[in-house]
Design a binder for this molecule. Structure first.
Ligand SMILES: O=C(O)CCC(=O)C(=O)O
Ligand SMILES: [Fe+2]
Length: 340
């Protein structure tokens, strides 16, 4: 496995070729990276979603317009979110040798490492990651869960329980916002669904206009819950051909829908393209939870959404770990491959 980005960044007199972004015809290049247009991403009060039709409407239009929202009053205390950030930061501050105990194996997705290389031409993301399956619990690969800090496992387990509750509230609300039975999105998954947490670490880069923390992509998940860095921004969403930066909202989780919701909603909700810029001076750390990305079951548009006026737009799809990773590394919107 090649050097971790954190090691490259520690002594970076010259940028390795493999990280330098070229002009991107589809999504624009990075050289305008310092133009950070702040997005007016709607702020949704999750505690109101079951009782307030107004808040539900706000959620629906947030997803239709942006594909994402800033979730507040979601039931997780800010002090606990801080503990989640802290276990990630402590891990990435360990010595290289210590971290390498958790290195991902060649054919695995769980573990610590830099961008998975799937082709010789792939331009690499300026990030190191710690990727852990968190659900179902019997599929956690505990050998990759850091023993340092000692409370890593306890904190991540507790975070998982809290995230599960939010996930359910949001998926039910999304269904109700389309006048569907509230468990219709949840029902498409069986017990095999796999949820994972990814700690993303973006070291500073002296040439931020030449690299990307994460290439433009959409998530394959149903929804992704992102705990942003407390101070450093970097995430951008593409809307109407322009990139908008996501501001840091204290105590909020940034939630976006993924390809699976786009398919199930027959395209009413769109899985947004997003990317990550890196900072020239400051490191950035985020924690993304993908719910559920690797369901082995088949998903397709909800029957009630297929009518004469709104015909089926997507095929039925089976997600597997392998297809997910192959596709993710290529960036873009994998869901476009499943259009009829
Ligand atoms: O770190 C971020 O801000 C977003 C990361 C992301 O988009 C991903 O991990 O899929
Ligand atoms: Fe993403």
């Amino acid at each position: 496995m090649s050097k971790q980005v954190q090691e490259i960044a520690a002594d970076c007199r010259q940028l390795p070729e493999r990280y330098i972004r070229q002009e991107d015809k589809e999504y624009g290049n990075v050289t305008n990276a310092d133009v950070f247009l702040p997005a007016e991403i709607p702020v949704i009060d999750v505690s109101l979603l079951t009782s307030s039709p107004l808040e539900l409407d706000k959620l629906k239009s947030a997803i239709i317009n942006w594909g994402c929202f800033q979730a507040i009053n979601h039931g997780i205390e800010s002090s606990f979110l801080e503990r989640v950030r802290e276990i990630g930061k402590v891990f990435f501050q360990l010595s290289p040798d210590e971290k390498k105990k958790y290195l991902r194996e060649e054919d695995d997705v769980d573990g610590y490492g830099n961008d998975t290389v799937v082709s010789d031409h792939q331009i690499l993301d300026w990030t190191d990651r710690l990727y852990l399956t968190i659900l179902p619990r019997d599929q956690q690969k505990i050998q990759f869960w850091p023993q340092n800090p000692p409370h890593f496992r306890e904190v991540l387990d507790e975070y998982t329980c809290k995230i599960e509750l939010i996930y359910e509230v949001v998926l039910k609300a999304l269904a109700r916002s389309l006048n569907l039975q509230e468990d219709c999105f949840l029902k498409q998954y069986q017990t095999t669904e796999k949820t994972s947490a990814r700690f993303n670490y973006y070291p500073p880069c002296p040439w931020p206009e030449k690299v990307l923390g994460v290439k433009p992509h959409s998530d394959s998940s149903a929804i992704t819950l992102l705990l942003q860095d407390k101070e450093v921004e970097g995430l951008q969403f593409l809307k109407d051909g322009r990139w908008f930066g996501v501001p840091v909202v204290p105590g909020a989780l940034t939630i976006n829908v993924g390809d699976q919701i786009e398919i199930m909603s027959n395209g009413i909700f769109k899985s947004p393209v997003h990317r990550v810029l890196v900072n020239s001076k400051k490191e950035r750390m985020t924690v993304a939870v993908f719910c559920p990305v690797q369901s082995e079951g088949v998903i397709g548009p909800i029957d009630a959404l297929i009518t004469d006026e709104t015909p089926r737009l997507y095929k039925n799809v089976t997600y597997t770990v392998d297809s997910y990773f192959q596709i993710y590394q290529h960036g873009g919107r994998p869901v476009d491959n499943y259009k009829i």
